[in-house]
Design a binder for this molecule. Structure first.
Ligand code: SF4
Length: 94
């Protein structure tokens, strides 16, 4: 499935590929930490590293960015990372 197809279907790459061997489908503990404090820093970094080599990373991030209340690691970003990206893009567009 192409990245464009995923984007137009509006489904999370993680959900679309839940039956595949994508790491996020098998390591939910890493991708959905209880919080984003230093306590879970190592897990979060491991999840981000797995995203960095995921073929869906770009479409995953673009899917996640507009969803302001989305929790979890998507496209190698935490919710705080995504807020920063949204702010940066808003500034650039202004
Ligand atoms: S980029 Fe990360 S969260 Fe998104 S589908 Fe790939 S491994 Fe899963």
């Amino acid at each position: 499935m192409s990245q464009d197809t995923i984007a137009t279907k509006g489904k999370a790459p993680w959900l679309t590929h839940i039956d595949t061997d994508l790491e996020c489908a098998n390591e939910t503990r890493l991708f959905f930490p209880p919080d984003y404090t230093a306590t879970f820093h190592d897990d979060i970094e491991k999840a981000k590293a797995l995203c960095m080599v995921c073929p869906l990373a770009r479409s995953c991030l673009e899917w996640a960015l507009p969803q302001t209340s989305l929790e979890g690691i998507w496209g190698a970003t935490t919710p705080a990372d995504r807020r920063r990206i949204r702010r940066r893009r808003k500034k650039i567009a202004a």
